[in-house]
Design a protein around this ligand. Structure first.
Ligand code: AMP
Length: 196
């Protein structure tokens, strides 16, 4: 059975951590547009140079660049039977692009997991991550801006996927393994089972 999933939630809700665990348990690749952009930044590719100012400011990289990148990644053989998107789509335009892309090969999303987390909690988590990993966009002012961008541009997607009957809301606060369990039961209720 295929699992085409996406994780949605504010920065700092634990999407990256859960995506890694779910990817293993479901046997599908975790695809994080943030990680892909960071790799381009590090390697100073042309795309990295275009994306840098947006990322440093905590703004979304323009949809056209992001959509092309995802089209390219989802065409790789490892994504043929399923994937777990982390941090994409982030805008209504990206939802449209993803819908089109999947429709071209007769595919569609199977479920959307919303990781729910209180803004105060995520700010604290990201402050910690700033100390541990030194991500420039984890600076407190940039974090606040990223939360605003999330509220304005990404939160509306939750309603879109809820209307399609794809949304599973999961409390993102708690031990890592506990949150994974909650996601597992939400997915199992939709017939999507862990294989490992
Ligand atoms: P993340 O690791 O998901 O928090 O992403 C880090 C940064 O990468 C974001 O603040 C954006 O600048 C950029 N980015 C990641 N995913 C997207 C996306 N789907 N659309 C636009 N920008 C993105």
């Amino acid at each position: 059975m295929s699992s085409r999933l996406l994780l949605i939630g504010p920065p700092g809700a634990g999407k990256g951590t859960q995506a890694q665990r779910l990817s293993q348990a479901l046997g599908v690749p975790a695809i994080s547009t943030g990680d892909i952009f960071r790799a381009h930044l590090r390697d100073e590719t042309p795309l990295g140079k275009q994306a840098k100012a947006y990322m440093d400011a905590g703004d979304n990289v323009p949809d056209s660049l992001t959509n092309d990148l995802v089209r390219d990644r989802l065409s790789q053989p490892d994504a043929a039977e399923g994937f777990l998107l982390d941090g994409y789509p982030r805008t209504i335009d990206q939802v449209r692009a993803l819908d089109e892309l999947l429709a071209e090969s007769g595919q569609a999303m199977d479920a959307v997991v919303e990781l729910v987390a209180d803004p105060d909690v995520v700010v604290d988590r990201l402050k910690k991550r700033a100390l541990e990993q030194g991500r420039a966009d984890d600076d407190e002012a940039v974090v606040r801006h990223r939360l605003e961008v999330y509220a304005e541009q990404t939160a509306p997607l939750i309603g879109v996927y809820a209307e399609r009957g794809l949304l599973a809301k999961v409390d993102g606060i708690g031990e890592i393994a506990e949150v994974t369990e909650r996601i597992a039961s939400a997915l199992a209720a939709r017939g999507i089972l862990f294989t490992a």
